[in-house]
Structure formats: C-alpha cells, structure tokens
Design a protein around this ligand. Structure first.
Ligand SMILES: N[C@@H](CCC(=O)N[C@@H](CS)C(=O)NCC(=O)O)C(=O)O
Length: 296
C-alpha cells in the first residue's frame, strides 16, 4: 500500500459507474494501485454533475480529483501523472524507463483518440450484444488499437498486460476492453486475450458490480441490438431479501449493525446499507471481505 502524502484523503468526482468510462479510468488509478480515495458520485445527463462540480473548479467533467491540499485536478491523464508523482512506489507507471515511455504513449493516445469507437460504442456495463454493426471508421479504430496493443507488448516483452505489470496504460484501456465485450467487436485472438484479462481484474469486477446497481438505466445508452450473456466471470447467484435476520451480526465492510440482507445458496448475510448489500449481490466474489464471512 502506498502512503498518502497527507492524512486527508483524495476526493474524486465520478459519474454513473455503468456508463462513465472516464470515471472508471480515474477510479482504477486509485483502486488498482491501493491509493485510498473518497468518492463523490453524480448522475450523468442531469444537473447533479454540474452542481457537484461547482465545488471542484476548474473541473467540468468526471472524473475530477481534489488533492489533500485542496488543489483540483481534472482530466484523467493529469490525474494519472499527479498520482504517479505523489506515489512513486504504487506502480502507476512501469519502473523500466522504456516500458514507462511506451505506457505513456498508450495512455496519451487513448486520452486523445479512438473517437469513432467511443461514439459508436459508448461504455455500458449492464449489457452484452451479439453485434453492433460497426461501421468502417470503428473497424479502423479497432485495427489501430490492435496494432498499438501489440506494439506495446512487443516493445516491453509483456504477456498479459501492455507494459509489464498492470499499469496506468491498462487502466486507460479497461473501458475499451469492456466495449469489445459489450458490443462483441471483431478483434483477433491476441486482443481478445487482453480483453479477457480485464474482465476478471478484481478492481474492474468491483466497479462493474457497483455499476450494475448504481441508479436506473440511462436512456442515452440504450441500443436495440440482440443480446448475449456477459462474457466475463459469471457471478454467484445472490438476491436482496427483506428483513434483518442474517448469519453475521455486523456489516463486513463497516462493522456497523445490519439493516439490509441478501440471500445466497440458502444463507442470509447482512450489510449496513442498501448499496453495499446490492453491489455484493451483483457479484459476491468481487468482494473479498464478504467472501471471508461467506467461507467462515
Ligand atoms: N477529457 C476528460 C473527459 C472526461 C469526460 O468526458 N467525462 C464524461 C463522463 S464519461 C463527463 O463528465 N460528461 C459530462 C459532461 O461532459 O458534461 C478526461 O480525460 O477526464
């Protein structure tokens, strides 16, 4: 665990977890590198985000970070660089100079590019389609993407991730991996293996579990393509139930008294709020503290 510079945590403004690809990137820069953060969540396509951001000038989009000293840092690439400078041992960028340069190229190109892919295939973690009839400019983006992923792996001798261990470059491409999964985009076996590495990543899996229960569906992201099952790990079956009767006496996350309960394999476990109960029901194995009590 890297040590924060100050006792006060970082703040991070995020949008809907199911849909906000930039929020996912920003959050991964904390969660996947064990940097504590306090989240401030706002719904996209409503007044919530602009209202929240009034306290985070000059931020105008999600994610926007506030440093413990009060300085506000919007733009995901700036958040990555600022966190990497403040937490040099957290592994945001690779240690090797060459792999670090390659990782920076990849993250910067993602930050600035792939517009056709982003427009035609907005991130939506709640569905998976058999096809989205990708037009030529999307196929061109995919071709460039595959070349860049392969270039990074060749340059750095990497196998699973782009530049050695999981780095900020991989965090930047996590939402693209989910788009390939959601829209069943045509990519070759190497790129598909990279997509398949993202879907079970513990941080990504937790984010998706939260995204499944974080607010109502947003109409903007609705598409009428035929559906298929999500190609990532299949969650254990669990469901929210009424009442407060449970095997555990305290919430596995906060230690507080139980107010909300889920049922899994005929057993009942309790939590101290609806969101933590529901995110756990969405994918129990994504939550190590829950699995500890489940297996105890
Ligand atoms: N260049 C920004 C893009 C961030 C962005 O566009 N975020 C979207 C959510 S995924 C947003 O806040 N949209 C609301 C808006 O533009 O008003 C970054 O790198 O952080």
């Amino acid at each position: 665990m890297s040590t924060p510079d100050h006792a006060t945590p970082y703040d991070l403004v995020i949008g809907d977890r199911a849909y906000s690809s930039w929020s996912l990137r920003g959050w991964l820069l904390f969660d996947a590198f064990n940097i504590p953060v306090k989240l401030h969540s706002a719904r996209l396509y409503s007044d919530e985000l602009p209202n929240l951001l009034k306290d985070f000038f000059p931020g105008k989009t999600a994610p926007t970070m506030r440093l413990p000293d009060g300085t506000v840092v919007p733009e995901t690439i700036a958040i990555a660089e600022e966190l990497a400078s403040r937490h040099p041992d957290a592994g945001l960028w690779p240690k090797s100079a060459k792999a670090r340069a390659v990782a920076r190229v990849l993250a910067a190109e993602m930050h600035a590019g792939y517009g056709a892919l982003r427009n035609h295939c907005p991130m939506n973690l709640r569905v998976s389609y058999t096809t989205c009839n990708p037009p030529q400019d999307v196929l061109d983006d995919l071709q460039r993407l595959e070349k860049m992923w392969q270039w990074a792996k060749d340059q750095t001798g990497s196998d699973t991730w782009l530049c050695g261990d999981y780095s900020a470059a991989d965090a930047f491409f996590a939402p693209v991996a989910t788009r390939i999964a959601t829209y069943n985009l045509p990519v070759g076996p190497q790129a598909m293996a990279y997509v398949q590495a993202h879907l079970p990543h513990p941080s990504f899996r937790r984010w998706r579990a939260m995204g499944m229960v974080d607010g109502a569906d947003q109409d903007f992201y609705r598409r009428d393509y035929p559906r298929r099952p999500w190609p990532g790990p299949v969650p254990l079956t669990a469901r929210p139930v009424d009442g407060t009767h449970a095997e555990n006496v305290a919430c596995p996350y906060s230690g507080k008294p139980i107010t909300h309960v889920l049922e899994i394999a005929g057993r009942r476990f309790g939590f101290c709020n609806a969101f933590c109960r529901d995110k756990t029901a969405a994918d129990p194995e994504a939550w190590p503290k829950f699995m500890e009590i489940y297996h105890s």
